[in-house]
Each structure stands twice: as C-alpha cells, then as structure tokens.
Design a protein around this ligand. Structure first.
Ligand code: CO6
Length: 380
C-alpha cells in the first residue's frame, strides 16, 4: 500500500491510500474510468465510436474500449495516434480522458462550476502523484566512509583524462574460443581478465604508470609488482579489491582470482589485506552501463582506467578489414561494417604523469586487445 498525494490542476492536493500503482488517484475534476472497465466492455462498444477499421483492429487486439479513448479528429474521431497514446499511457498507469462525446459513467462527478455545454479541454493536465513520507537522516559509515576519505584525497590531485575507442572484434572471437575450455576448468572468462592482462603487459613498457606518489609529492615509487585494483559494485557500495602480481600470472589465474574477489565482494567478506596495496586500478562501469566515464584516482596511485559498455556500431573498413583512411573512404575503397567497440577513459595524476605518456600506454594496451595474438609474444 502506498500513500499517494495528488496535485490537481488548480494546484490543490489530496491524499489517498492505494493498493496498486495502477490504481491512479485523480482530482475531483477528472473524467476518468478505470482501465479494467475498458477491458470488460471492449467487445460491445467497438462499433459506436467514429474511427477507422485500422484503429478498431488495434483496439480489439489490445482489448480497448474505444469509448474510453480521447478522439482528437473531426467530430471526436479516434485517430491512430489517439489509441497509440492511450496504450502508451495505459502501460504507464496514466489515466486517459474519454472522448468529448462519450457519456461519462464515472462515479467521479464533473466540476460544479463547469457549464454542461462547456467543451472539455483537449489536454487536461495529468495529475502528478507525489509519494509522501518523512525525511531520513543517515550516518555515513563503513564502505561509504572509505569513499568519502578516498574521494577527498583525490580532490587534491590535478587529474588528466584521455579517452580512446577499442575494437573488440578479434578479442570477442578469442574469448569465445577460450570461454568453453576455461568453463570446463570451472573458470569464468569475462573480458576483464583479458583487459587486466593487457594492462599489465603495457605497464611493463611504462613502469612510471604502475606507481604511487607520496603526499608531499617529492617522490614517486615505481612498483615492481602489478597489484591491480578492480572496482566492484556491491550492495554496500564501491569497493576496490586488489589482484596481486598480475605480471607473473596467467590469464586463467587472473580470471580465478578475479572470481574469488568478486564473490567475496558480493558476500561482503573481503579482508582488509585484499583491499590494500594497489598500484594501478581498473573499473568496468560498462558492465552496468554507460559509454564513457571519467574515473577518479585511487590516491596515491597515479593512474586508473574506466571501461564503457560494449556496443556494435558502424565503422569504415578497408579491403583488408582494417580501419579505413580518409583517402580510402573518399576513393570509394572502404565500406561500412558493424564493429564491436568499447570506450576507455584513462585518468592520471597530472602532477607526475604527462598526457603523452598516457596516450602511448593506451596505444600499446589497445594494440594488445585489438590484436590479441600479439599478447602471446610478450607473455612470460
Ligand atoms: N560491456 C558489455 N558487457 C559487459 C561489459 C561491458 N563493458 N563488461 C562485462 N560485460 C558482460 C560480461 O562479458 C558478462 O557477460 P557473459 O560473459 O556473456 O555472461 C556479463 O557482462 C557479466 O559480467 P560480470 O560483471 O559478472 O564480470 P566482469 O568480469 O566483466 O566484471 C566486475 C566484474 C566486478 C568488474 C563487475 O561485476 C562490476 O562490479 N562492475 C562495476 C564496477 C563499478 O561499479 N565501477 C564503478 C566505479 S566508479 O568508475 C567509476 C568513473 C566512475 C563511474
């Protein structure tokens, strides 16, 4: 049961307790009939209303009583858009006014001040239900408290953010080949382990990005181990457990460790040790949604990446299936093909990292993912 307050056209409010969200509360001036009544009488009233056979067909298929649909055509004729609007509103639980000519058998009477012959306004304002309640004062504790601390620290750091688009066509193919064999070993292979391994391989070439900086900003430590934090969404909020020594681990080991951490995060059993010691962070916000996100550094680390949602979009390719140049497009030597794409956004501590280094790192990471076989030559 929900306590709903309604705001009538004149701005006055009323209150009603209702059992279902589909039981809309109306101002006293509304000419509303419950939609269930429409369903019951649909068969009998189809012929009485001025409309077209196409509209009658839609009404019949959707069990709509046409007398309940506001007709906006000449002489109150019900047009196709009228019934489509009615169906759309019915789906959202929004009441629909009956046609001007339809007899109103609603128990709710017309406003006393309105003369009987006064035309019904074409678009009466829809009542806006307002759910009432009491304000709550909630202390910021636990995981949320940690977020306050880490975000306050991040605010001290001048971020730079660099974005890129990655073509996942080859990686998608590779993953589908590996997925079933991994599954036989009880290992779930999402894209994350591949993206984590590619980041670690790229970090071998850019050790200055697998780093932490002291609070006085007088010293940077380039870490030998790639301890990669992975942002995880849990019922209690955002947590960032850490996969240790990724540079020394196989894809299967990374996938297994990720699964262990993800399970613990969801159960709320992550230990402090599992949450500490990160040297680089990745966040796959795209598994929830979004195309781009600007990530915030996990201070004192100097770099973080956020992944957007995988999408299939059209892109120009040349005869070798590679991204076409402007000349190839202009010379008609390119065609538009569907591509599986993902956006990445890298944020870095601009006090100690410059944009060019981030761009070069990103190019290497992109190459590993777009040509995943190239990872093999650099795996240990
Ligand atoms: N696009 C589309 N589909 C995806 C994606 C993206 N980016 N990522 C995963 N998936 C798919 C994935 O392939 C799985 O599909 P199937 O294998 O076919 O089953 C499915 O979604 C479920 O994947 P799952 O989430 O279970 O595993 P994954 O290893 O990809 O991710 C995780 C693990 C722990 C990172 C993830 O579950 C998670 O919690 N993501 C949210 C992280 C988060 O909250 N980040 C926000 C931090 S704040 O970054 C921040 C800048 C701001 C916004």
């Amino acid at each position: 049961m929900v306590d709903i307050e309604t705001v009538a056209a004149g701005g006055t409010t009323g209150k009603k307790l209702v059992n279902e969200p589909s039981d809309p509360v109306l101002p006293a001036s509304s000419h509303y009939k419950p939609s269930s009544a429409a369903g019951q009488s649909a068969a009998v009233s189809l012929e009485k209303v001025l409309t077209t056979p196409a509209v009658r067909k839609i009404a019949k298929e959707n069990q709509v009583d046409l007398t309940q649909v506001r007709g906006t055509g000449p002489k109150g004729r019900v047009l196709k858009e009228d019934i489509l609007l009615y169906l759309q509103n019915r789906g959202r639980g929004i009441p629909n006014l009956p046609p001007v000519s339809a007899p109103v058998s609603s128990p709710v009477s017309a406003p006393v001040s309105a003369p009987a012959s006064a035309p019904t306004p074409i678009s009466a304002p829809t009542p806006v239900p307002v759910v009432s309640g009491v304000d709550q004062r909630v202390p910021i504790r636990g995981v949320q408290r940690l977020m306050v601390k880490s975000m306050t620290a991040a605010l001290q750091v001048q971020h730079l953010t660099y974005c890129e688009e990655i073509n996942f066509d080859a990686l998608k193919q590779l993953r589908s080949e590996l997925k079933s064999s991994m599954a036989k070993r009880n290992i779930k292979l999402s894209y994350m382990p591949l993206m984590i391994k590619a980041a670690s391989l790229a970090l071998l070439q850019f050790p200055q990005l697998n780093a932490t900086v002291n609070s006085e900003v007088t010293e940077v430590v380039y870490h030998a181990n790639h301890n990669i934090g992975v942002a995880m969404d849990t019922a209690k909020g955002l947590v960032v457990p850490v996969l240790r020594s990724v540079q020394a681990k196989s894809l299967a080991e990374i996938a297994q460790e990720l699964q262990v951490l993800q399970d613990a995060a969801l159960k709320g059993t992550l230990t402090e040790a599992q949450l500490q010691g990160g040297t680089f962070t990745l966040s796959n916000i795209g598994s929830i949604g979004g195309t781009y996100a600007v990530p915030v550094l996990v201070v004192p680390q100097v770099m973080i990446g956020a992944f957007g949602r995988l999408q299939t979009l059209p892109r120009y390719v040349n005869s070798r299936g590679q991204p076409a140049t402007v000349e190839q497009i202009e010379d008609g030597e390119a065609q538009v093909c569907p591509a599986t794409l993902m956006n990445v956004s890298w944020s870095a501590d601009h006090r100690v990292v410059d944009g060019a280094t981030v761009a070069k790192f990103s190019n290497v990471w992109k190459k590993y993912l777009e040509h995943p076989a190239s990872m093999l030559s650099d795996l240990r």
